[in-house]
Write a protein that binds this ligand. Structure first.
Ligand SMILES: [Zn+2]
Length: 408
C-alpha cells in the first residue's frame, strides 16, 4: 500500500484495531439473522509526508450510502459552534449578499442555515441524499454528489468566496483530488477553512475511538502544510479549537494570492508539532500499546460490574462507541444492556458488530442504570447535564477515554 498523498510505500503501522463493520451500518431488526461485513481497520503513517491514513478498503460510495444516519443538527453544542463560526467569518472576511459560501459535506444544513439567515448566498455539497433532503427542506441549495476536480470544473469554477469543510478533510479518500477541486472552485481572493480533529490530541489523549473506516486520514498541521502547498494552496492561519477533543481550523488561500499575510500562528504551531516529534517515526510507534491498555481497562470494568450485579447502559450510538465496542470485543447485551441515542433514525436498531440494541432516552428512567457510559466523550458535559437525573437513583457516568473514569 502506498501513501494517498505522496505515493511513498507505507511501512509503519500507527494503530491496528483488527476488524469491524462500517460504524454507521446500523443493523435493522429484520436483518439480525444476516451476516455483517467486517473490514480490517489498520492505520499507517507515511514517513515522507507524515500523513496518517487507513487502508482504502471500501470505496467512499459504499460507506456514504443512503442509509447514512449521521445528522449534524442533533447536537446542540455543535449547532452553537456552527453559529459562532458564521458570525466570525462574516465579520473577518466581510461576507455579504454578493458573496458565495460553499460548504462541502453540508449534511442537513446545520451550518449554512445561519449564513442563509444573513442573506448570504449558500450552496451545500452533500453526497448522502437523505441528509441533503433535510437541508433542501430548509431552503438550502444542495448538490447531491462527492466533491472533487470534476464537480468543481463542472459547476463551481472560480465562484466561491468561502469554501468550508468541517470534519470532511479526514473523510476524503483522495485528498489531492479534493484540494485540486478546492483550488478550482475558489475565487482569486477567496478563503477556505477546514476543521478537523488534531492528530496531536488523538495521540496525547488516546483518542483511538476516533479511528473508523469513514475516516481516511488523521491530520497534523505538519502533514497538511505540505499537502496544501503541493496542491497550490497556502495555509495562512490556524486556530486551535475545543471541538471533538481538540481540533484545528486552518485558513488557506491560493498560493498566488498575496493580499493576505501569513499569521505567525502557523509557524508557531509547526514548531510545537516538531517539538512533539510529529516528524519522527517514534512519535507514532508507541500508540498501539496505549490503546491496548484502554481496551483492557474497559473490559475489566464491565466484567467487574457484571459480577457485582451493576446495570450498565451506553449513551451515543455513533462511530466512537462502535470503534471502542468492536475493538473491545463486546457482543450482545449482557455487559451493556442497551445504548440510548437522540436520533430517531437509530432507535430500535442495533449497533454494527456488537449488536447492542438502541433505544430512545425514555428507556433510561424505566431501566434505572447504575452506570451510563458516555461514548462521545467530546460531548461529556452536555450529556452529563442532560442526563443528570440518573443521580436520583444513584446512577453514575463513565468515560473510557483518555483513561477509564467514573464521574459522579
Ligand atoms: Zn506520504
Amino acid at each position: 500500500m502506498n501513501c494517498r498523498h505522496c505515493n511513498n510505500e507505507l511501512n509503519h503501522i500507527f494503530c491496528d484495531l483488527q476488524t469491524c463493520p462500517p460504524s454507521n451500518a446500523m443493523v435493522k431488526k429484520e436483518d439480525l439473522n444476516s451476516p455483517e461485513t467486517y473490514f480490517p481497520l489498520k492505520v499507517f503513517v507515511c514517513e515522507k509526508c507524515w500523513l496518517v491514513q487507513v487502508d482504502e478498503i471500501e470505496k467512499a460510495e459504499d460507506i456514504f450510502n443512503s442509509d447514512y444516519t449521521y445528522f449534524s443538527s442533533y447536537s446542540s453544542s455543535w449547532l452553537t459552534h456552527a453559529q459562532k463560526y458564521v458570525e466570525y467569518m462574516t465579520d473577518r472576511f466581510n461576507l455579504n449578499q454578493t458573496s458565495k459560501v460553499v460548504e462541502i459535506a453540508s449534511n442537513d444544513g446545520y451550518l449554512l442555515q445561519y449564513f442563509k439567515q444573513k442573506n448570504i448566498p449558500v450552496l451545500g455539497i452533500e453526497p448522502t441524499l437523505n441528509t441533503a433532503d433535510v437541508a433542501i427542506e430548509k431552503g438550502i441549495d444542495c448538490i447531491v454528489d462527492f466533491f472533487g476536480v470534476k464537480l468543481a470544473n463542472d459547476k463551481l469554477k472560480g465562484s466561491a468566496d468561502l469554501i468550508l469543510g468541517n470534519n470532511v478533510l479526514a473523510h476524503v479518500p483522495d485528498i489531492n483530488d479534493f484540494l485540486k477541486g478546492v483550488k478550482i472552485a475558489l475565487k482569486d481572493d477567496g478563503v477556505n477553512t477546514f476543521e478537523f480533529p488534531h492528530l496531536c490530541k488523538l495521540v496525547e489523549f488516546n483518542q483511538f475511538d476516533t479511528i473508523y473506516h469513514e475516516h481516511f486520514s488523521y491530520l497534523s498541521l505538519t502533514s497538511l502544510n505540505t499537502i496544501f502547498e503541493e496542491n497550490g494552496l497556502e495555509i495562512f492561519d490556524v486556530e486551535e479549537l475545543e471541538t471533538h477533543g481538540g481540533s484545528l481550523r486552518i485558513f488557506s488561500k491560493h498560493k498566488e494570492d498575496l493580499t493576505k499575510l501569513v499569521s505567525s500562528r502557523v509557524g508557531d504551531l509547526l514548531n510545537l508539532e516538531a517539538n512533539l516529534g510529529v516528524d519522527k517515526i517514534e512519535y507514532y510507534t508507541d500508540f498501539q500499546r496505549k490503546v491496548e491498555n484502554i481496551r483492557d481497562q474497559f473490559q475489566s470494568f464491565l466484567i467487574d460490574q457484571k459480577n457485582k450485579g451493576g446495570k450498565i447502559i451506553g449513551y451515543g450510538a455513533a462511530a466512537k462507541g462502535n470503534t471502542l465496542l468492536n475493538f473491545t470485543g463486546i457482543k450482545g447485551n449482557d455487559l451493556i444492556s442497551f445504548v440510548v441515542d437522540k436520533s430517531p433514525y437509530k432507535q430500535n436498531k442495533f449497533l454494527p458488530g456488537s449488536r447492542i440494541p438502541v433505544f430512545g432516552e425514555e428507556a433510561i428512567r424505566e431501566f434505572k442504570p447504575d452506570f451510563v457510559i458516555i461514548f462521545p466523550w467530546n460531548l461529556k458535559n452536555e450529556i452529563y447535564n442532560q442526563l443528570s437525573y440518573i443521580k436520583e437513583w444513584g446512577g453514575q457516568f463513565v468515560v473510557a477515554i483518555p483513561t477509564l473514569e467514573i464521574i459522579n
